[in-house]
Design a binder for this molecule. Structure first.
Ligand SMILES: [Fe+2]
Length: 347
């Protein structure tokens, strides 16, 4: 667009007159509101797990999970200070539960995903069913479902929390309710949801009541096995390697209505072509080592590191060794609204 209209004393006097009337001239701000391309303030950033873990353990010695309600260190984008956001629409945080602790039951409009980073055998309970967590598992807490977390194992348990908090906040659509009891009653055996809905079968007369997948734990062992089988074909996407999306088996849509989730495998030596899309994403390295170049920034990642690729930022992945990356974004929302775009190569 052309340059902003010139400022004159007369115009400025007019603008000052408008202010008390809660009016403002659009032509003064239009160029910042409607841009030729997405212009996010969000920047590329990486959190190396080795650097985060000592702070997390220190939090573990300073406050209990019960007192904190959720003992989480926010992964805050440095360009979004004080906004508790990794991208404009997504919250990311590292949650710690020490042995014997409980994070009490509550429910809220915001959907949450858990991506397990460290530990084995702690549980998250959703609507009366406990699921036990292992590294690489992708676990869903659907909107407005009761959930609590507990650690009956003898080791600290850490997972990445991903929530749509900023998006729900933008829409002013958030409700929250604390539970009456610390832990909810267990009414179903562990593994019930996966058996019932996640085996390529569905109960014959069952119809989904919500937009979230009825499978709430996608175990890493199954995801990894799918990637391992598929890689035999050597059919690599030049930007993504081998990338799969988690789906809701009842609809074929993404597993969650507000956050799209993915797992991808990059073969050893992979040097990806440039790619960008309008959904800013949070990545977690599950296995391997490599780097993601975003503009003139190089983010070198290894297991358990978390990094952000902002909206419409051209980036390339490289893998030193065979690598597996989990990621989540608001792509599912953008697609529903007809806003999502991507560009491959240097276009
Ligand atoms: Fe919660």
């Amino acid at each position: 667009m052309d340059a902003s209209p010139a400022h004159t004393p007369e115009r400025q006097a007019f603008y000052d007159e408008l202010k008390p009337n809660h009016l403002a001239p659009l032509w003064e701000v239009l160029r910042g509101l409607i841009t030729r391309e997405p212009e996010t303030p969000c920047v590329p950033v990486i959190w190396h797990y080795d650097a985060v873990r000592p702070h997390l353990m220190r939090a573990g010695s300073l406050i209990t999970a019960k007192e904190a309600e959720r003992r989480v260190l926010i992964l805050e984008n440095p360009a979004l200070k004080g906004k508790a956001s990794a991208t404009h629409t997504l919250f990311a945080g590292m949650q710690l539960i020490m042995p014997g602790e409980v994070a009490p039951a509550h429910r809220h409009s915001q959907s949450a995903l858990r991506f397990v980073i460290e530990g084995n055998g702690a549980y998250t309970a959703v609507d009366g069913e406990r699921t036990y967590m292992s590294p690489g598992d992708f676990i869903i807490t659907p909107s407005w479902t009761w959930h609590d977390h507990g650690n009956d194992s003898d080791q600290p348990m850490v997972w990445l929390d991903g929530l749509d908090i900023p998006l729900v906040g933008l829409l002013d659509a958030g409700f929250m309710e604390p539970g009456n009891a610390e832990t909810q009653m267990v009414t179903k055996p562990a593994g019930d949801s996966l058996a019932r809905y996640g085996s390529g079968l569905l109960p014959v007369d069952w119809r989904p009541a919500t937009r979230t997948s009825p499978v709430f734990n996608y175990p890493y062992a199954r995801t990894r096995d799918a990637l391992e089988q598929m890689k035999q074909q050597q059919d690599w996407d030049r930007c993504h390697g081998l990338k799969l999306r988690y789906v809701n088996p009842a609809t074929g849509d993404y597993a969650m209505p507000t956050m799209a989730t993915f797992m991808q495998l990059l073969p050893k030596g992979f040097a990806g072509a440039p790619y960008r899309s309008t959904d800013g994403a949070v990545y977690v390295c599950v296995e391997g080592r490599g780097e993601t170049r975003i503009g003139d920034k190089y983010l070198a990642w290894g297991p358990r590191d978390v990094f952000v690729v902002p909206s419409w930022a051209s980036h390339t992945h490289r893998a030193e060794s065979e690598s597996v990356l989990f990621s989540f974004s608001d792509r599912v929302v953008q697609e529903k609204l007809g806003l999502w775009r991507e560009a491959r190569g240097n276009a």
